[in-house]
Design a binder for this molecule. Structure first.
Ligand code: BGC
Length: 402
């Protein structure tokens, strides 16, 4: 007999998105980079439709956020994680647009009216152009600008928001933008990478204090991208290499901010088998459309590893690109079975946010990876549930994996 996979009372069942990936109509460092002539030339040379790599109208969520709320209702969500776009709120240095801030305030009020708890991400990667021109995350100056932004936003939205995520996946951003050069500003400079990481740490710590000063009851953390490193056959060298990888990739940032975080936000996508540093020989039963091997057991081990922080854990992202919806329901089920197992063994997991609510703009990959429980028509922006949406809706309604 299968065990009863009931989740604890008040468990948050959510979905996650980010502003740049769904809103549309944005002007920030990413939107400018997407349209840069050099990039377009490369895409055209590869015979790719370059419009598919420009965020443009994205999923049109800014114009019609009711369409997203309708999806959330159908899914029986009681939580939603989303982000603000900094460039909308502060289009020029020091000039804050209160119309934009009120737009977000109204949106949050609508969520609340539907009994959906907002989990607000303050920074999910893009920055305003003026800030890019001042050196972006590489310059120490950004800390004072981030402080000012956080102060104004948190004051404005405090009455409606209790859960705050200052940064999304800082280690991924620093690596992709400053070390491997795949994302804007496309640097491949270990020193710049180090500086960016250090600034992100200071920025979080400072933002934490600002949000807590506004209201001590606020719950503040980050969304951390942790990879499950598996030591092949538990061989001593592999175990040692795993320890090093865990420390550098998963734990260092969390340790640096540990006295300034009320919860741990975990984004889980990847498993990596360590075998003397020779690369993985692991054969995945199933893979996503991006060819990312699906390894739902990994979340169990990561959650157990995060127990040592002794803080509530929210799975702030987990999902897959799966246009044909072949594996999504299976993946959700297996991920949640593994989450349940960790809860049964005493890990304080308080919520799960599926990535993503709707198909969206997947950064450098453009629009082709489809992460949504809802398919989005690229012309009309109509949202249509994939069959996994029905499956997830049932779980959210019953607070139990079925
Ligand atoms: C990011 C999302 C992204 C997702 C899928 C996460 O690393 O936070 O913005 O869409 O992964 O790649």
């Amino acid at each position: 007999m299968e065990p009863d996979l009931k989740f604890p009372p008040q468990f948050f069942w959510g979905c996650a998105t980010s502003a740049h990936q769904i809103e549309g109509g944005l002007t920030n460092d990413w939107s400018e980079w997407e349209k840069s002539p050099l990039r377009l030339k490369k895409l055209i040379a590869k015979k790719l439709n370059h419009f598919e790599f420009i965020s443009g109208a994205a999923a049109n969520s800014f114009e019609n956020n009711n369409a997203d709320i309708a999806c959330m209702k159908e899914l029986n969500l009681n939580a939603y994680r989303f982000s603000l776009d900094w460039s909308r709120i502060e289009p020029e240095n020091g000039k804050f647009d209160y119309t934009a801030l009120n737009y977000y305030l109204d949106f949050i009020k609508k969520l609340r009216a539907h009994h959906i708890e907002p989990f607000l991400t303050l920074w999910h990667w893009p920055i305003p152009i003026w800030l890019r021109d001042l050196g972006g995350w590489e310059s120490k100056e950004i800390i004072k600008y981030f402080d000012r932004f956080v102060q104004i936003v948190a004051k404005h939205l405090n009455s409606e928001v209790s859960f705050w995520l200052t940064l999304n996946e800082p280690t991924v951003y620093a690596g992709m933008s400053y070390l491997t050069g795949q994302w804007p500003p496309q640097k491949k400079n270990p020193l710049a990478y180090w500086r960016v990481l250090s600034n992100l740490i200071v920025a979080h710590r400072s933002a934490y204090k600002i949000i807590k000063t506004i209201d001590q009851n606020n719950q503040v953390g980050i969304a951390s991208h942790n990879i499950y490193f598996e030591a092949y056959k538990n061989r001593p060298t592999n175990c040692l290499l795993k320890k090093m990888a865990d420390w550098w990739m998963n734990e260092r940032f969390l340790n640096k901010i540990n006295n300034c975080q009320d919860f741990i936000g975990l984004n889980y996508y990847f498993h990596h088998q360590i075998n003397y540093g020779l690369g993985s020989s692991h054969k995945y039963e199933k893979s996503s459309d991006l060819d990312w091997g699906l390894h739902p057991e990994g979340i169990y081990f990561l959650l157990k590893e995060l127990k040592k922080y002794n803080k509530p854990i929210y799975i702030t992202e987990n999902g897959l690109a799966d246009k044909g919806d072949q594996h999504r329901s299976w993946y959700i089920k297996e991920i949640l079975k593994n989450t349940h197992r960790a809860i049964a063994e005493g890990v304080a997991i308080k919520g799960y946010f599926h990535w993503s609510l709707i198909d969206n703009f997947e950064w450098a990959y453009g629009f082709h990876p489809r992460f949504g429980l809802y398919e989005v028509d690229r012309q009309t922006f109509e949202r249509r549930p994939r069959s996994s949406a029905e499956y997830y809706a049932d779980i959210c309604k019953k607070n139990r994996v079925v």
